[in-house]
Ligand binder design. Structure first.
Ligand code: GLV
Ligand code: MN
Ligand code: MN
Length: 413
């Protein structure tokens, strides 16, 4: 395998994708169902076509490339990741895994491997959940987990539903269920991704073999009070939504710390309404993102959140809404494929270690039902979900090389 050629192609593709951001010079902002998402999807289609794949965009906005196997009755091997990003994020989160998958398809062709199973490259739409507070939209759709009702339920900050955003993008949300793949038609799922944390870089290890991905619960909370004059309303006569909300918010990180097992909880977004310095807030909205390898911790922290809201909002005299935006259990990845990746690393003298993922991935959604393998390459200083995110292009070539050899074993069997 020509590692220089792989590195060159991967770097050219990823450099080109840097153009598709809503925030030039301020990181990658490629939210789902936007102009930038459309530009990236079209470019990915071109790359897949150039790699000799049969290209399809589905009803969820996912893009697939098919390298047909000789036995269409066998479940396929799918490899990919997502092409959306967070706001002001990095240039590699997700999209590098899509480009690695396309490179694997090129390698399969160039090595003249005759696949028995179809190899599918996948570029998933809206993994991050950044715009609607949800997550795994496209990968969930291929498993049949998305409905028109789901699309009508969740809105972005401008109150645009997924449903309307899809229509604007040129998709028919009424047909979202057609994005589901037949049961058992995906035999294996593979994902390459940047680590997004500091372990590999600090330990100078080339490859992370992911054995477990955390489960995630996400909520949007709205505390309702009453807007009043900030100067004239006595403290015991106001219904201050911010006062009640912050009495809940300040406890959330501690609930995660108390688990003492690496569970995390984050309030990443807070908004006060109407948001004036001399107005008692009528409402306060905030998000809660809870992650753990242990389902019980997800349940316990969620229960504490509900209890604290009852107590604090009750004491204030207002009311609250809490919307669950995502609930997904932790997943253990496929041991036989982990062993195969380990053997490939040994063969090439790549240093590696087993590790869990605190980030969510399409592999988390798909791994719930399909045997799934995931590998990480180092993130410089562990930085991600910010514009300084960095990984060497040659590291992506290593990921593509490992995945090519893994895919080769899977598609020829
Ligand atoms: C996605 O990157 C997530 O872990 O939220
Ligand atoms: Mn990602
Ligand atoms: Mn991400």
């Amino acid at each position: 395998m020509n590692k220089e050629l792989m590195t060159k192609r991967i770097s050219e593709n990823l450099e080109h994708l840097k153009n598709f951001t809503a925030t030039p010079n301020k990181g990658c902002t490629r939210l789902p169902f936007t102009k930038e998402a459309r530009q990236a999807a079209n470019y990915l289609k071109t790359l897949m076509q150039e790699a000799g794949l049969e290209v399809k965009e589905d009803e969820a906005g996912n893009v697939f490339g098919f390298l047909r196997g000789t036995d269409p009755s066998l479940p396929c091997v799918m490899m990919g990741s997502h092409f959306d990003s967070v706001v002001n994020g990095g240039d590699y989160d997700g999209i590098a895994g899509v480009i690695c998958a396309i490179e694997v398809a090129r390698q399969i062709k160039e090595k003249n491997i005759i696949p028995k199973r179809t190899f599918v490259t996948a570029a998933f739409c809206d993994e991050e959940g950044m715009r609607f507070g949800t997550g795994y939209f496209g990968s969930g759709a291929i498993l049949g987990n998305r409905t028109p009702e789901y699309c009508r339920t969740f809105t972005d900050k401008d109150d645009i539903t997924i449903y309307d955003a899809m229509k604007e993008y040129g998709l028919d949300p009424e047909k979202i269920e057609n994005a589901k793949w037949k049961d058992n038609s995906i035999g294996y799922f593979l994902e390459a991704h940047i680590e997004q944390g500091p372990v590999l870089d600090a330990e100078k290890i080339e490859v992370g073999l992911v054995d477990c991905i955390v489960g995630i619960d996400r909520y949007m909370v709205t505390v309702h009070g009453r807007s009043d004059h900030a100067g004239t309303t006595p403290m015991n006569m106001r219904l201050d939504a911010v006062d009640a909300a912050t009495k809940v918010i300040y406890k959330i990180a501690d609930w995660a710390r108390e688990t003492n097992d690496g569970s995390v909880a984050t309030v990443g977004y807070i908004k006060t309404i109407p948001g004036g310095m001399n107005i008692v807030a009528e409402a306060c909205e905030f998000t809660v993102d809870i992650r753990s390898r242990n389902v019980k911790n997800l349940e316990d922290i969620s229960a504490k959140l509900h209890d604290a809201l009852e107590r604090e909002v009750g004491a204030m005299g207002g009311s609250f809404d809490i919307q669950n935006k995502l609930a997904i259990t932790p997943v253990h990845l496929h041991k036989p494929m982990l062993n195969m990746m380990e053997e490939i690393c040994k063969k090439h003298n790549f240093s590696y270690r087993y590790m869990h993922s605190g980030a969510g991935h399409d592999a988390l959604e798909i791994g719930q039902v399909v045997p799934t393998a995931m590998l990480f390459v180092p993130s410089k200083d562990g930085r991600s979900h910010c514009m300084v995110e960095h990984t060497e292009y040659s590291d992506f070539a290593k990921a593509a090389l490992i995945m090519t050899e893994l895919a080769e074993q899977l598609i020829t069997n």
